[in-house]
Ligand binder design. Structure first.
Ligand code: PD2
Ligand code: ZN
Length: 230
């Protein structure tokens, strides 16, 4: 368990993420070459291209569509899930490895991010209609909240997030990072990876899904945990 304070994890602590030491322009993710489009060192944030094919994006959307329900968020004081006015998307979780498509994508992401699928929460698909959004939040579990210890018992702390864009909205729907003054434009097949080096706002990983202004937005997200998430 890393320190649950505002001190960063030790640099020797294993963490997910693409290996960028040799400044690659593309990464061999096994069955696909992924492009490195932008990288920020602190916090670690990488914009990746060609992560999913258009066919894979369409297949994920069609598999998710009949299973969508209004998105819930974790209520950290209690650890339970609840409706949240700040998150107006619809969503669903796949089961890990539930289909050949899921197994192919999970294996690719594991190779790309050097993190075992067992330590990841299953892929989640989110659907935003015009006017819907996900207001800025942190994805780690706040160590000061009373519900957090029970959430950490299954898989430990969240360490990183991958947001995969399954379509290109007409207008709006960017992933915003207010502490960094950064907005990632959603583009089908691209993904943004970011890592929080401590479960604290000083990680500067506050982020949100900006309102969709025209068209719709589909994303898949994956959260990486310290330990097995079974
Ligand atoms: O849909 C997004 O862009 C988005 C933004 C912020 C998704 C998440 N957070 C998430 O699923 O954590
Ligand atoms: Zn988030």
């Amino acid at each position: 368990m890393p320190p649950q304070t505002d001190a960063p994890f030790p640099s020797t602590y294993p963490q997910p993420g693409p290996v960028l030491d040799s400044a690659p322009t593309r990464i061999d993710a096994g069955d696909r070459h992924v492009e490195v489009l932008l990288s920020l060192r602190d916090p670690c944030l990488v914009l990746l291209g060609n992560v999913l094919s258009p066919e894979e994006c369409a297949a994920l959307i069609e598999a998710a569509r009949p299973r969508l329900a209004r998105s819930l968020t974790v209520h950290t004081p209690t650890g339970s899930e609840e409706l949240n006015a700040h998150r107006t998307s619809d969503g669903m979780f796949f089961e890990r490895g539930e289909s050949p498509l899921l197994r192919t994508i999970e294996a690719r992401l594991a190779r790309l991010l050097h993190w075992p699928p067992e330590n990841c929460e299953p892929l989640q698909v989110l659907h935003y209609r015009p006017g819907t959004q996900y207001e800025p939040h942190h994805d780690y579990f706040d160590p000061t909240e009373p519900g957090t210890p029970s959430l950490l018992r299954r898989g430990g702390q969240r360490l990183a997030t991958l947001v995969l864009y399954l379509n290109t909205p007409e207008q709006g729907g960017g992933t915003i990072f207010p502490d960094l003054g950064l907005e990632v434009a959603p583009r089908q097949g691209n993904a943004v990876f970011f890592r929080y080096d401590r479960p604290h706002p000083s990680s500067r990983t506050l982020h949100g899904g900006a309102p969709v202004l025209a068209g719709e937005k589909w994303v898949a997200t994956q959260w990486m945990r310290e330990q097995r998430f079974d």
